[in-house]
Ligand binder design. Structure first.
Ligand SMILES: Cc1cc2nc3c(=O)[nH]c(=O)nc-3n(C[C@H](O)[C@H](O)[C@H](O)COP(=O)(O)O)c2cc1C
Length: 160
């Protein structure tokens, strides 16, 4: 199998996950969406969460894939439950054409910038009250335990 890792990361959280995967599998490409990544048969695709999905750059990259094995990974800042992550992953997955096979997925918390936290606090105080504990916890993620869990999920997906 040949591997590539494609990810979008604005503040470095998802990049930490990408680097942990890179250390574990030694991909031939690791970086932002690029045609170079298309040569591999297995592609790890990482994103930061926005509006219960991945961003437009990753959506556009996924749309051009066909016949690949895909492992989706991501970080989110506003929720940390299995249900919350599932909702995001399911939504992101809708951008992956059916000829591809999803071999696994992993999500964890990722710290949210102070600017974004202030934006929520001022613009959506009700939402802020709801998620402020998650935001506080997110400040400590991704941590080593998250990265270990990710690598374990990757290894499991590759031995299937
Ligand atoms: C503009 C903006 C929008 C965001 N929207 C969401 C969101 O809708 N849901 C969520 O769970 N996290 C949201 N976050 C938090 C990021 O997804 C989270 O901090 C992520 O770990 C950032 O990853 P990165 O460091 O790889 O860019 C948002 C962050 C920013 C800056």
């Amino acid at each position: 199998m040949t591997y590539s890792i494609v990810y979008s990361s604005v503040t470095g959280n998802t990049e930490q996950l990408a680097q942990a995967i890179q250390q574990a599998v030694g991909a031939t490409y690791c970086g932002k969406p690029s045609d170079e990544a298309l040569a591999a048969d297995t592609i790890f695709i990482g994103f930061w969460s926005t509006r219960y999905s991945c961003g437009a750059d990753i959506q556009a990259f996924m749309k051009q894939l066909s016949g690949k094995k895909v492992f989706l990974f991501g970080t989110a800042g506003f929720g940390d439950t299995k249900e919350f992550y599932e909702k995001i992953l399911e939504s992101a997955q809708t951008h992956l054409p059916a000829s591809n096979e999803l071999i696994g997925s992993y999500m964890c918390l990722g710290k949210v910038t102070d600017k974004m936290q202030t934006h929520i606090k001022e613009g959506a105080p009700e939402l802020y009250a709801e998620i402020k504990e998650v935001l506080a916890e997110a400040a400590h993620h991704p941590n080593q335990a998250d990265l270990d869990e990710l690598v374990a999920s990757v290894k499991k997906a590759l031995t299937k």
